[in-house]
Design a protein around this ligand. Sequence first.
Ligand SMILES: NC(=O)c1ccc[n+]([C@@H]2O[C@H](COP(=O)([O-])OP(=O)(O)OC[C@H]3O[C@@H](n4cnc5c(N)ncnc54)[C@H](O)[C@@H]3O)[C@@H](O)[C@H]2O)c1
Length: 254
Amino acid sequence: MQKIVYDFDCASVLITGGASGLGLATAQRLLSSNANVVIADYSERGEQIAIDLNKQVNASNAKCAFIKTDVTKEEDIKRAVDYTTSSFGSIDGLVCSAGIGGANCAIADETLNNWNKVNAVDYTGVMLCDKYAIEQMLKQGKGGSIVNLASMFGLVAVPANVAYSGAKGGVVNMTRAAGTAYADKGIRVNCVCPGVIDTPLVPKEAKDFYAGLHPMKRIGKPEEVASLITFLLSDDAKFITGTSISIDGGYVAV
Ligand SMILES: NC(=O)c1ccc[n+]([C@@H]2O[C@H](COP(=O)([O-])OP(=O)(O)OC[C@H]3O[C@@H](n4cnc5c(N)ncnc54)[C@H](O)[C@@H]3O)[C@@H](O)[C@H]2O)c1
């Protein structure tokens, strides 16, 4: 089957966590779909990644830029949104892919330190990125599209990691609130709920363990999630907002 080719007509998309995994795969797909991309990541690897991606872009005028950003810092997030706007004229899309797994703690073993650390990135960080992107989109007056990375563990729990389960469940419901508040202004917010995907976030033992638990008997590929995110950012998804879409080889369906 053919891969869909999008043309984002040089719209600009800010991607948190764009230096690795799902964020990086999305940056690649968007650049080849003629979207300008700003990678916002606390890893300085993002700088070189942006340079390399600019060399790879072909058949499009799109550009990739990097801004070092810690999504647990409100000032950094404001700066990343401003940088995207000043570099490319507007912010048209946002992908919240910065995330951490945290320590594996069932609730009786949870520490406030781990809980706060995970929630600062995976939950509050997403809320703040959505907030500042939407503020700017409202000023621009031409709508926009946001995709938050939740997880299948926002729809069903992983008992051994209460902080991650809580944060991802929060993202699913926060997406409903954010995605409906400005729906009449053309600002859409959705989230994706991936199963286990082959990225550096997931330890090898977990990849092996979970592969057999997905009805498709494999884990997912980053580019499969990037395809869904790209669709949700595009005008093909213009009547979709406030929802969560599973991409998990059938995991939560059984
Ligand atoms: N890989 C999976 O199996 C899977 C499944 C479901 C959901 N997710 C979610 O998808 C998102 C992306 O995961 P991934 O697998 O690509 O992980 P990854 O580790 O490959 O990439 C995450 C990126 O986020 C960055 N990051 C972490 N903390 C940050 C912070 N405070 N500020 C800025 N950047 C920060 C990291 O530097 C890294 O580049 C996460 O939210 C994750 O929870 C992943």
